[in-house]
Ligand binder design. Structure first.
Ligand code: AKG
Length: 259
């Protein structure tokens, strides 16, 4: 069973993020890149329609429904061990999306916590994992974040301009094939792409089991896909979980910044 090293745990606890260098390996990276490119081509202008659109960027949503490779990556033990390190024993997938920042895209996301989530009396409840399909460089729209801000238990909404550079922010650069695990209460956001090439990542987003999913998997996955899933995947997707049905159908689901 994969475990989180003491150093990794400390990094996640204190800084709120951890980079798993070359987690994917060449073969998975190639297959994931192809699968995401195929979906963008297939979905065209409808891409991302199941969730919220982000002006200037291209997104895909509901990816668990859209291929074995997507169902494979959400259950990788090395990543799940990190997610458990943030959220505790009881986790589920909240959503699986892709985000492409096109070449010369000047969109700077406002600093946000995913789903506008604040940690509660039980602790943290959102954790994102960002699968780099292209390198993240200083110029192509790498992720910016404020180390340690997940511990503040405040939202960046208090800032006068959430798009402005923050004095404590850092850019997380990395290679294609890396996975960034992030306590999603951390103040973070995507940056502008000043290069000639697009920059794409897949976001596998997890939640604590007592909280709503960002995308209600039971409603979004086609019946034939649901019928094909292993018991472990059904559990991870909370398909047979009345608590998830109740909290997810009642919730007003927010992205953190998208309308
Ligand atoms: O793709 C990224 O760099 C992160 C984007 C992000 O934080 C988001 O879409 O919520």
């Amino acid at each position: 069973m994969a475990t989180l090293s003491p150093t990794g745990r400390r990094q996640l606890d204190e800084q709120g993020y951890l980079v798993l260098a070359d987690f994917m390996g060449a073969d998975l990276l190639k297959r994931l890149r192809e699968a995401v490119a195929d979906r963008f081509a297939l979905e065209g202008d409808d891409a991302g329609a199941e969730y919220k659109r982000e002006p200037g960027c291209r997104r895909l949503a509901n990816l668990v429904d859209k291929g074995d490779i997507f169902r494979d990556i959400i259950a990788r033990p090395g990543v799940l061990a990190c997610v458990h390190g943030v959220l505790g024993d009881k986790i589920k997938l909240s959503s699986l999306n892709a985000r492409c920042v096109p070449a010369h895209c000047d969109v700077v996301q406002p600093l946000h916590a995913d789903m506008g989530a604040l940690a509660d009396e039980r602790g943290y409840w959102v954790c994102n994992t960002i699968w780099l399909l292209d390198p993240f460089t200083r110029d192509n729209g790498a992720l910016r974040l404020i180390p340690g801000s997940h511990r503040w238990r405040r939202l960046p909404d208090e800032l006068p301009d959430r798009r402005a550079p923050h004095p404590d922010e850092i850019l997380i650069t990395g290679n294609a094939g890396d996975v960034i695990v992030m306590n999603a209460h951390l103040w973070h956001g995507g940056t502008a792409n000043r290069t000639d090439h697009s920059r794409t990542a897949v976001h596998a987003f997890y939640a604590r089991r007592d909280k709503p999913q960002q995308q209600y998997q039971k409603q979004l996955l086609r019946p034939e896909v649901q019928a094909s899933l292993s018991p472990e995947l059904r559990e991870l997707l909370a398909l047979d979980d009345p608590v998830n049905d109740a909290v997810t159908t009642q919730a007003v689901r927010q992205s953190g910044f998208m309308k």
